[in-house]
Design a protein around this ligand. Structure first.
Ligand SMILES: C[S@@+](CC[C@H](N)C(=O)[O-])C[C@H]1O[C@@H](n2cnc3c(N)ncnc32)[C@H](O)[C@@H]1O
Ligand code: SF4
Length: 453
């Protein structure tokens, strides 16, 4: 690729500004009494997201719901998690696909395997995907995951550049770029899908370093690669700036194009930031936790989100309250937000087209003809900037649209991050009167440590 950096497209600033305002309102949740409001089981099976908030080391850029790993705490958490899953089973929920994210779900492999076994004993699950870190790519953990039916393992790498790994605090806990390559090579072929999570647009990430990362991935020939643009939240901004420097958003487009070009030929887009290796054999596996084939998904665990029948739900971020509510036989949902019809449609537009296409049959079955006139301004604007094109059976993203959608998804996650920040503010109050067995809670906000997804 040329040394000249590509300028960001003209629509980037107005698009992100507009979206930020829309998302700020969409992500304003209300506190709810769980006795009054918990999701009702949808008629058909949906996706189950399981959140495991523990990490051995807390990365400065991360605003997911994550806390410092402690063995006893994790064990008690997994026990509560299994009881929460049973509560959903008692309420008639059915799950067909499972995504376990974090945090680092593999911190307690035996507990994770027991939880997956329980899920499999309750429902005929088709796919199981689990997130992990490079230090957990060991034979022992592979065996535990394979025995529990895991078909997709997603490994957080971020970069193979040792200087960047040191800046992001991942060199010491997860090893050098070279060590990570060796571990990934050992993991390749063990699971139907091995995904590697990468990030781009670190302040001190040069185009060369990024292109070296892509070349390393191509040589490893893993089945899937996800490249996330670096995102932030109010709670992480200062820490990120201190350790990683100030990222320049105007380089995002150039870096994204470099990734597309460097992956080209070997990988093809599965979503706006996830790429699958071209292969004559197609395996069916979930792309990532944000792209589901079902409309509804249920999140279990502290800090997990659900979307059921046009309503978003969020469980408490307080580990103490989480356990207490489950002990009381309640679903630990504490916040909820009913989307308006327009918000539901925009959400579908965002999520479906992030997965590259919006089939007409899907829209017609769900909304009928009113979708087209209610979403006419959004669709017209997207066509005007050349982001989408109408084909015979579906609306599809154009190459330019892929960047647009990566931007929009990044804005969506930034709004979710801001929401998590708000939720963390309640942790202290929520955990008052908590279980002594849990000890003091650790929260990433206000100077201490924290978690979340
Ligand atoms: C939340 S982590 C959970 C799995 C595992 N602990 C790990 O570190 O990969 C999943 C992925 O989210 C991405 N991620 C986390 N924080 C991010 C941020 N601020 N901006 C962009 N991507 C981020 C990273 O690529 C990370 O691998
Ligand atoms: S969940 Fe966040 S803090 Fe934990 S290892 Fe992954 S990126 Fe780092």
């Amino acid at each position: 690729m040329t040394e000249m950096a590509l300028a960001a497209p003209w629509f980037e600033a107005p698009l992100t500004g507009l979206l930020r305002r829309e998302l700020a309102s969409a992500m304003r949740f209300d506190a709810v009494s769980p006795a009054e409001l918990a999701p009702a089981a949808p008629a058909s099976p949906c996706q189950l997201y399981v959140h495991v908030p523990f990490c051995e080391s807390l990365c400065p850029f991360c605003s997911f719901h994550r806390v410092q790993y402690r063995q006893e705490k994790a064990q008690a958490y997994f026990e509560a998690l299994r009881r929460e899953i049973l509560l959903y089973h008692d309420r008639g929920f059915q799950f067909s696909d499972v995504y376990v994210g974090g945090g680092t779900p593999t911190v307690a492999p035996a507990e994770l395997a027991a939880t997956l076994r329980l899920i499999r004993s309750l429902w005929p699950v088709r796919t199981v995907s689990v997130e992990t870190n490079p230090n957990h790519l060991t034979e022992e953990i592979f065996d535990a995951l394979l025995a529990a039916g895991v078909g997709r393992l997603s490994v957080g790498v971020q970069s193979f550049d040792d200087e960047l790994l040191k800046e992001m605090g991942r060199y010491a806990p997860y090893g050098s770029g070279e060590a990570i390559v060796a571990r990934l090579a050992a993991a390749r072929g063990r699971f139907p899908t091995l995904n590697v999570d990468m990030m781009f647009n670190f302040a001190r990430q040069s185009p060369r370093s990024l292109e070296r990362d892509v070349a390393t991935l191509r040589a490893l020939a893993v089945e899937q690669v996800s490249f996330y643009p670096l995102m932030s939240a109010a709670s992480t901004r200062r820490r990120m700036q201190k350790s990683l420097g100030q990222a320049d958003p105007s380089r995002r487009f150039d870096y994204y194009q470099r990734i597309l070009q460097a992956l080209g030929g070997a990988y093809e887009p599965a979503s706006a930031w996830c790429f699958s290796r071209r292969s004559p054999v197609q395996t069916r596996s979930p792309i990532d936790e944000y792209i589901t084939h079902q409309d509804d998904y249920v999140g279990v665990g502290s800090g997990a989100f659900s979307y059921v029948d046009g309503r978003m739900y969020c469980t408490t971020f307080s580990l103490n309250r989480y356990r207490r509510m489950i002990d009381d036989g309640q679903l630990p949902v504490t916040q909820s937000k009913a989307f308006t019809l327009g918000q539901r449609m925009r959400y579908d537009l965002l999520v479906r087209l992030f997965g590259l296409s919006l089939p007409y049959s899907y829209v017609e079955a769900k909304y009928g003809g009113r979708f087209w006139w209610l979403m006419a301004p959004e669709l017209a604007a997207m066509r005007l900037i050349g982001a989408i094109r109408a084909e015979r059976d579906a609306i599809r993203l154009t190459p330019r649209g892929m960047y647009c959608w990566a931007l929009m998804m990044a804005e969506f996650f930034t709004a979710v991050n801001e929401f998590r920040d708000q939720m963390r503010l309640h942790i202290r109050d929520e955990s008052a009167g908590g279980y002594s067995a849990w000890g003091a809670e650790e929260s990433g906000c206000a100077g201490s440590r924290q978690v979340a997804r």
